[in-house]
Design a protein around this ligand. Structure first.
Ligand code: ZN
Length: 227
């Protein structure tokens, strides 16, 4: 009898505990570096945001999923930036769904100096459309300057087609407090670009050149590379 009472009490306690914690932070940020206690060293502090994740696959073409390409490019970009002395945090570092508000809150809370979101595009009506686009918030002069620096570098790369800078109405741009860009690195709806975006070597080129553009805007990270 005493054992049954004890079991009953445990079940009730368990239910109450689950009810009072509907959204634990570990669930929201599972996989993100937010749970790290140590701040990364270096300058500037940059939050890289791999679009989509988990059940949210983003756009796709056959077996090629946007969420996977975004994360792969973000990881390569993080390596490039860290090698140049920047401190990098990722809004997700595995196949986890992270909400848009959480991505924004993360960057703002960490007081990131720059925010760079990576996505792939898709054009429903025209498979011929291809190229990288760099978006910024209309009211942000700094965001615009960052986008222009990135595009200036990318335009000089033969293997990457660049469609220039654009004003974008995206939540991660509108609500982040630091200079922010969202880079649509190419169109999965274009067969040739989809093949390129799936290729690790091409992803390396993109990461290297994006890093170069970002660091041109924020040269404090690469003082040894300046002349
Ligand atoms: Zn996307």
């Amino acid at each position: 009898m005493a054992v049954l009472l004890l079991l009953g009490a445990l079940v009730i306690w368990g239910c109450l505990w689950i009810l009072k914690s509907p959204e634990r932070i570990e669930d929201v940020f599972q996989g993100a570096r937010m749970i790290e206690t140590e701040e990364p060293e270096g300058s500037p502090l940059i939050v890289l945001d791999a679009g989509h994740g988990g059940r949210d696959q983003g756009t796709s073409a056959g077996t090629v999923l946007e969420k996977e390409i975004n994360l792969s490019v973000v990881k390569k970009l993080a390596e490039e930036l860290e090698a140049a002395g920047a401190a990098v945090l990722l809004s997700r570092e595995d196949d986890t769904k992270v909400g848009l508000e959480d991505r924004v809150a993360y960057a703002n809370e960490k007081k990131a100096e720059l925010f760079v979101s990576i996505h792939c595009n898709y054009c429903e009506g025209d498979a011929g459309v291809n190229g990288l686009e760099c978006y910024y918030k209309e009211s942000s002069e700094e965001g615009k300057a960052l986008a222009e620096q990135v595009v200036q570098v990318i335009e000089d790369v033969d293997e990457v087609r660049c469609r220039g800078t654009r004003v974008g109405d995206f939540r991660v741009l509108n609500k982040t407090k630091m200079p922010a860009i969202l880079v649509e690195i190419g169109y999965l709806s274009n067969q040739e670009e989809c093949r390129k975006l799936s290729d690790e070597t091409y992803q390396e080129v993109l990461a290297e050149k994006l890093a170069e553009g970002i660091l041109t805007f924020a040269p404090s990270a690469a003082t040894d590379e300046k002349n």
